[in-house]
Design a protein around this ligand. Sequence first.
Ligand code: GLY
Ligand code: MN
Ligand code: MN
Length: 441
Amino acid sequence: MGPAVAVFPAARESIRSNDSTFPFRQDSDFHYLTGFPEPDALAVLVNDDSQRLILFTRPRDPKQETWTGRRYGPEGAREIFGADEAFPLNELDSVMPRILSNVDRLFFAFGKEEAWDRRITGWINQVRIKGRRGAVSAPTRLVDAAVVVHEQRIRKEAAEIDRMRTAARISAEAHMLAMKACTPGMTERDVQCRLEYSCLSRGARAMAYETIVAGGSNACVLHYVENGNRLKEGDLVLIDAGCEFDNYASDISRTFPVSGRFTRAQRSLYEVVLDAQEAGIKTARQGETILSVHSSVVHVLAERLVGLGLLEGDPERHARICLQSTETPDEEAWDERLEEGEVGLHHYYMHNTSHWLGLDVHDVGRYREGGAWRVLEPGMVLTVEPGIYVAPDAEAAPDEYRGMGIRIEDAVLVTEAEPEILSESCAKSVEEVEAACRGRW
Ligand code: GLY
Ligand code: MN
Ligand code: MN
């Protein structure tokens, strides 16, 4: 095969309002490949006789830097980030056609940003025009670079796992601080602020996603982010929050009593979710799949919810129907369905158990290969996050459980031996959580 070139753009700054921008977050693929933290840059990997990293960066500009911050410039790109060559961005259109000359394959994530698609097509056309005079040839094969990088990103290297452990440890401490700080009468926002303060003051630059602090039945809204209500004595509060460390995400959910002590009913339902989560984590080993992790969780939930009177009938049948519901939302396609008016497990557990975790909270990488669920391998990181959500108006549910939403979530590293729970240090059993609420864990 002839020479190949891969092109990866950095993220751009995006407007929040008028001329203010959102906090800048580097594109995950670009960060993975370069570590270069500035917007607008372009990384070019050349694979010919040499193997080179070329970076295009914003130029040094003392006047502009006084306003918007220091820049590394092409020199910094070479000296600090190890680029073999570096150019200021204003040379892109003159340098890139030269780089793409006599290249056979071009790797680029076409279709993500139209402006880049057009610009790259423009460079290829310039090479083609020159090629008509016979001097050079333009790339003839375009390959989706995203798929290639995402398949690398799914297996984490030791340095990445270290960062993920750090992110998880910082977030675990913050969850326990929230348990300790929480008292009836505080708002969900108060708790959010304390948790995020804890993360940012311990070295995280940002949260990995919007923090969910959901008191009482707000927890039955899966992506509740308003965080505007007051927390009530006797309610549970569900927190789903995790920070980023060097752009690597953590993702932890815990549910605890606002007043620090579980009621009997809360404890019963909590332990169902906890036991399901433990069964899921045990299954997260090499050779298994995300489906088999989900299936372990679903079987425990089905069995135990029948025991608590939230479901009726054969737990095995409830488990099968629930697994079908996550496979396809189209009930017509299921082999087996609920009776008219019957309540199923998927009415209380409507999401999947796992997603990949890494630079993105819902990380990249294929879940299936050739139609079959992908086999777990050492180095993969997935969440295990069962939940039970009993809406306040769930008429078939015993009164004592209505309005409860419980989710327990940790990230698990698949290893050659036992699964490693990255957020292991976060209080989780009933006793640990109650102790953390008293500030003694
Ligand atoms: N926090 C997002 C999720 O759990 O998937
Ligand atoms: Mn998650
Ligand atoms: Mn989460």
